[in-house]
Ligand binder design. Structure first.
Ligand SMILES: NC(=O)c1ccc[n+]([C@@H]2O[C@H](COP(=O)([O-])OP(=O)(O)OC[C@H]3O[C@@H](n4cnc5c(N)ncnc54)[C@H](O)[C@@H]3O)[C@@H](O)[C@H]2O)c1
Length: 345
């Protein structure tokens, strides 16, 4: 019989429910325990899922039963906790963004390497049939020469959303705003589809919300493959609308809404059926951050279980997870300096 892969969850807030339910739905995975600095949260969460509550992250790290920890805390704690987990010899699943600064990225990569642990960075959209179909079409040259890539994320988040929890909208714990928190999903997909970004010129502003970080940003990109692109990311438009990604080549154009294909304009081709937008089953986080299915987390944690079992790298490693963060940091730098920023690919 295959070894059961045993999980612990750090942080018992909103997203940890997706992790707990995903782990408990996977054959050959087991949720052993959870922890949170806030005692009532960890006790209630442990009871809800029928698992043990550790008094501290150190207690969880010290438990030899735990193979992998899911880090579901505010973003500013991702890198420090992941480094501590790596030093304790635990494999890691970390929520996005994996780190907030270049220094944190370097320290985290070193900690994983030195301790020989595996790390998966959550980017649940990568596993969607729509994203995979679009990636395949680009790689096989079915869009011809790629000319332009477009990401439009016009979301709505209320002031209450930012005020709740106290960490959202702060540089220290959120690391940024509309891009570092919400936009990172689409930016990761854009980078995955298009390859390395050569340069960015950007404006990031706080237009509506009372927060330290940007609620609205626009960026112009040049990709290493020669294509041009643009990112619009905001959480201040009411009502919000679902995220749109559109890749245009000299012989085809494909449009995706959230992670589903809405237009597949490639001569003589039809898109795979399971990748297509289905209005009857459409969910999106444009107005409600919790309105998304668990499927993506199940797919990504299943991939991590398989990676640990078969001693291979997971599909989204720390080397992948750092890429959207670097693009977002370049956007912030460009906005601050008024200059085009060239990425160090
Ligand atoms: N993948 C996605 O689609 C998605 C969706 C939502 C949130 N997220 C990410 O998940 C993370 C958490 O977001 P959330 O909305 O669940 O936040 P939340 O505020 O609801 O929950 C965070 C929890 O972490 C706990 N915590 C704080 N410091 C801790 C520490 N040192 N040790 C242990 N626990 C600690 C808090 O008490 C709280 O219960 C963020 O980084 C966010 O970017 C990802």
């Amino acid at each position: 019989m295959e070894k059961i892969i045993k999980f612990g969850i750090i942080g018992c807030g909103v997203i940890s429910n997706w992790h707990a339910q995903a782990v408990q739905s996977i054959d050959g995975a087991e949720l052993v325990g959870v922890t949170d600095v806030y005692e009532p949260a960890r006790l209630a969460f442990a009871e809800k899922y029928g698992v043990k509550a550790y008094d501290s992250t150190d207690a969880m790290f010290a438990d030899p039963e735990i193979d992998v920890v899911c880090i579901c805390t505010p973003s500013g704690l991702h890198a420090p906790l992941a480094i501590a987990a790596a030093n304790a010899g635990k494999n890691i699943v970390v929520e996005k963004p994996m780190a907030l600064t270049h220094e944190e990225i370097d320290n985290l990569l070193a900690a994983c390497k030195d301790n020989g642990v595996k790390m998966a960075v959550i980017s649940q959209l990568r596993f969607a049939p729509g994203v995979q179909a679009l990636k395949g079409a680009i790689e096989e040259g079915r869009l011809g020469k790629i000319v332009h890539a477009d990401l439009r994320m016009k979301f709505y988040r209320s002031q209450e959303y930012y005020d709740k929890g106290g960490w959202r909208g702060t540089w220290k714990m959120d690391g940024g705003g509309a891009l570092m928190n919400q936009g990172i999903h689409g930016i990761d997909i854009l980078r995955y589809l298009m390859g390395p970004v050569k340069s960015v010129s950007a404006l990031a502003r706080t237009l509506v919300r009372n927060i330290e970080v940007e609620d609205t940003a626009v960026a112009i990109l040049e990709f290493e493959n020669g294509a041009l692109g643009q990112i619009v990311g905001t959480t201040s438009i009411n009502p919000g609308s679902p995220r749109v990604t559109e890749i245009s080549g000299d012989s085809g154009v494909i449009t995706m809404v959230e992670d589903k294909i809405t237009a597949w304009n490639v001569e003589g081709e039809l898109p795979p059926k399971d990748a297509m937008f289905d209005p009857d089953n459409a969910v999106d986080t444009s107005n409600d951050p919790t309105n998304f299915a668990i499927t993506g987390h199940i797919r990504q944690l299943t991939d991590m279980v398989d990676a640990i079992r078969n001693n291979r790298e997971p599909m989204v490693t720390q080397y992948d997870g750092k890429l959207p963060v670097e693009i977002i940091l370049a956007i912030y730098e460009s906005s601050k300096t008024g200059k085009t920023v060239y990425l160090n690919n």
